[in-house]
Ligand binder design. Structure first.
Ligand code: NAP
Ligand code: MG
Length: 400
């Protein structure tokens, strides 16, 4: 066949350990035979980040801004143990994901890959629920303190112009604990825009929930900014696509989510998103089946798997074992990036290829061929056979 042509490259960020091994095999077996692949390649493997003093991560993020689409392999975030494992490291380099998120001012959307033979714990969920977590401020950039004696706490803001605002927090008659937190209009607005952009790209409803009945001003500001952005920039497109923006209180949202069929995006403040994303991931089944997309306010997207580099499998691989590491989330990162590239460049064949790659991967699982991590999750009586990653990828290639 003629390979599917691309016009603009996408940014390819290579990574570490077992996911780096799978990265190469996925490209070789599932992408290069079909697509005339154009990428700008950045090696974000730990040693390459070290050799470039992490400049390669910044370069990759800037290339993503320029080209609009990226796909990223999981990478090691070094900790003390890694410093011993890799004595050549000159610094405990920061998380690449954190660096890229800061440069793109992006929001991460996490979505499970769902299929009929693995039922979520919540039986009525038929379609994925995607969580968008605001990743700046609130409790995560708060200051806390305890006090021992009776007294009064005040909250004062000092403006650069010389003006100030003061509020009494509380007067207490004994020991107490305090917290001061903030968010910025700029960050909330970027979050809102990323959410509306992603909802449009996925053609899915967007839900947003806070506790604005109690935090009337703080959460009220989140609600106001979302509404303002919706009315000013997204309402018309939402109506054309027949999707809705729905705001409700966080407790009402939780009740509705549990009763729903799924199939929407749920935007949440930092803490709510932290908690709910783990709940949703656990209820849908497996970290190995969670994908993640970082979306910038202008619609720039970086696709990746939610899981890490699967270190334990890598050390078994180095000893010659063909491990049964699940490549689904990494395949879906590739298919997501190719589809997005195809949409932006008006290349229907590339979009269709991304869809077919996903369909072939799901069909392989539905045919009962899967990596061993999924075996305990399938419905009782479903005829499933555990294979290693290479056999699994061959089975997908055959269907593709
Ligand atoms: P991990 O790589 O996600 O793996 C934790 C365990 O989950 C694995 O040992 C494995 O369990 C299971 N697992 C995860 N993904 C799997 C897959 N695709 N197929 C089969 N099993 C899978 O998390 P970690 O061990 O905590 O972190 C390892 C490294 O990844 C760290 O250096 C961390 O910094 C990095 N990390 C990177 C990212 C990212 O780049 N986005 C995210 C998280 C972590 P069994 O061993 O029981 O089979
Ligand atoms: Mg969490």
């Amino acid at each position: 066949m003629n390979k599917i042509k691309m016009t603009t490259p996408l940014v390819e960020m290579d990574g570490d350990e077992m996911t780096r091994i799978l990265w190469g095999v996925i490209k070789e077996k599932l992408i290069l035979p079909f697509v005339d692949l154009k990428t700008e390649y950045y090696d974000l493997g730990l040693l390459s980040r070290n050799a470039t003093k992490d400049q390669i991560t910044v370069d990759a993020a800037q290339a993503t801004k320029r080209l609009g689409v990226a796909v990223k392999c999981a990478t090691i975030t070094p900790n003390r143990q890694r410093m011993e494992e890799y004595p050549e490291l000159t610094e405990m380099w920061k998380s690449p994901n954190g660096t890229i998120r800061a440069i793109l001012d992006g929001t991460a959307f996490r979505a499970p890959i769902v299929l009929p033979c693995i039922k979520p714990v919540v039986k009525n969920w038929e379609k994925p629920i995607t969580i968008a977590r605001h990743a700046y401020g609130d409790m995560y950039k708060a200051v806390d303190m305890t006090t021992e004696e009776p007294g009064t706490a005040v909250l004062t803001f000092q403006g650069k112009s010389g003006g100030s605002k003061t509020l009494t927090v509380q007067t207490v008659d004994g020991p107490a604990v305090w917290q001061g937190q903030h968010n910025t209009e700029k960050s909330i607005r970027a979050f809102a825009r990323s959410c509306f952009q992603y909802a449009l790209s996925q053609k899915q409803d967007l839900w947003f929930s806070t506790k604005d009945t109690i935090a009337k001003i703080y959460d009220g500001e989140f609600k106001r900014i979302f509404e303002e952005e919706y009315e000013a920039s997204y309402k018309a497109e939402f109506e054309t696509l027949g999707i809705t923006y729905f705001y409700t209180l966080i407790d009402d949202a939780v009740a509705r989510v549990v009763r729903s069929k799924g199939g929407f995006i749920w935007a949440l403040k930092n803490y709510d998103g932290d908690v709910m994303s783990d709940m949703i991931a656990a209820a849908f089944g497996s970290l190995a089946m969670m994908t993640s997309v970082l979306v910038a306010p202008d619609g720039t997207m970086e696709f990746e798997a939610s899981h890490g580099t699967v270190t334990r499998h890598y050390y078994r691989y180095l000893q010659g074992e063909k491990t049964s590491t699940n490549p689904m989330a990494t395949i879906f990162a590739w298919s997501g990036a190719l589809k997005r590239r195809g949409e932006l460049d008006h290349l229907p064949d590339l979009v269709r290829f991304g869809e077919r790659l996903e369909a072939a991967s799901l069909k392989t699982l539905e045919d009962g061929v899967m990596t061993c991590d999924l075996l305990p999750l399938v419905e009782p009586g479903f005829p499933a056979r555990g294979v290693d990653s290479w056999e699994f990828l061959d089975a997908i290639a055959a269907r593709l």
